[in-house]
Structure formats: C-alpha cells, structure tokens
Design a protein. Structure first.
Length: 255
C-alpha cells in the first residue's frame, strides 16, 4: 500500500513528466537518469553526429597547449583556433570566448579543444587530461555567436553562480564528446552546464557528483535553447528544487 507521502510524491512525478512531454517534440524519447536526488531528471535522445560547423576552421593546424595562459591567449585570438592539451592544469579564472555581435558572423570565434592523452597512459583505453577549477571558478563562458568544441576532456571542481563548468549565452554553440564533468557546482542553475538561447550538443559524456543550489544539477536549459544529447550518464547529480540531472525551461530538439 502507498502511504500518503508516496501518493503525493507520485502525483508530483506524473505532473512533472506531463510538463516535460509537452515541452518536447512528439518523437523525442525521454529516459529517467539514475543516481540523482529522486527528483525528475531526464535526457533527450535523438540519432545524430557532431559534424564540422566550420570547414575552414577544421583545416587549421593543431596548437599544443600545456598552461592556462597559453589556452587563454589562444581562445582570445582572432578567429579562435584548435588546441591539443598536453598537460593537466588548474584554472585561476574562467576564459571568455566572445564572438562579438551575434548578427555579424564575420566576428565569430571558433575554438576546438582536445584533451586525449596520446598514447594512453594506461592499458584501459583512452585517458584524458584534466582542467581543475579548484572550486573557485568555472572554465568557459561562450557568447555572441562564438562556438566551442571539446573532445576527450575532464572538467573537475568547477564553481560559478551560473554554469559550474560552462555557460552559454546569446546564440553561442558548444559541443562536448567524450567529456566528463566531476564535482562541478552552481549557486543558481546548471551544476555543470547552463545554456541560454544557445545550441548545445553532448555525446558519450558523463556528469558525476555535480550539484546546483536550485535547478539542473547537471545541465540547465533555458530561454529556448536547441539541444541534442546522446549516450549520457548522470551519477549522483543533484538540484535542490528541480532537475537532478537536467532542468528544461523551454527547449527545442536539434533536427
């Protein structure tokens, strides 16, 4: 028999799920994530791949980076660049990737970061370098038509008011594949990632022990962002109000 508390909890659960279903297209598959704080959390799953957004950018050579200052300088140069991380390092503050006026695509900045250790340091497959926010800062703020692609990287101990690891604003785009977010925290929403009016792609990635004081322990999606997620793991991600894994306040599925 259900207790009165259990019945109330089930009623709240089904109300939340109905709201989620209304906010998504009819062919979107919704699955509850495991290991969260018991609140409604879900992932959007549609078959797609991360394609090259900017073919001219893909033709650029890789630049090896081993310090925060090198990466910050590279991200701020005209047009951005492609950076292969060669060592784990700490972030004393976040890096802003700013494309300028989002209506003027010629000002856009495109940054690609790869953190795969080559050759792998163990026999257990691909290893990744680590960005450490030291519980002081998040890592990237991407805004105004800029784009960020991160491959095979780990973000740990990120901290911010909005977006514990990464914040996306005003027409920006970001894609993460083979990325792990660990122990990142937001004081308001988006324990690891906060996307507002932007495009977000996450594939083959994981969120572990990420938290938010209010919404979206792992990811917060607000103000009509476009989102695609596939093969995502949420483990012990928590939000005090809603969305232990993901919180959505108006989103459309990437076709």
């Amino acid at each position: 028999m259900f207790t009165s508390h259990s019945r109330r909890a089930l009623k709240v659960f089904f109300i939340l799920m109905a709201k989620i279903l209304r906010s998504c297209s009819t062919d979107t598959m919704i699955t509850l994530s495991k290991g969260n704080n018991g609140r409604s959390s879900y992932a959007l799953n549609r078959p797609t791949t991360i394609s090259s957004w900017h073919p001219e950018h893909e033709a650029l050579p890789w630049t090896e980076v081993s310090t925060f200052e090198q990466l910050k300088h590279g991200c701020r140069q005209n047009g951005g660049g492609k950076f292969r991380i060669t060592a784990s390092f700490k972030f004393p503050r976040h890096i802003t990737i700013n494309g300028g006026n989002k209506e003027n695509s010629s000002q856009a900045v495109h940054v690609t970061i790869s953190g795969a250790v080559s050759p792998p340091s163990t026999a257990h497959g691909k290893q990744r370098f680590v960005f450490d926010g030291q519980n002081r800062t998040n890592f990237f703020s991407v805004r105004n038509n800029a784009s960020l692609l991160v491959l095979d990287m780990e973000f740990t101990n990120g901290h911010s008011v909005l977006g514990g690891a990464v914040s996306l604003l005003r027409g920006s785009r970001a894609a993460f594949t083979g990325v792990t977010f660990t122990r990142c925290h937001s004081a308001v929403d988006g324990g690891a990632i906060r996307s507002k009016e932007s495009t977000l792609i996450i594939e083959n990635s994981a969120f572990s022990q990420c938290t938010s004081h209010f919404y979206g322990g792992g990811v917060s999606l607000i103000s009509n962002p476009t989102v695609h997620m596939r093969s995502i793991i949420f483990e012990q991600t928590e939000a005090r109000l809603a969305g232990g894994g993901i919180h959505v306040a108006g989103a459309k599925v990437l076709k």
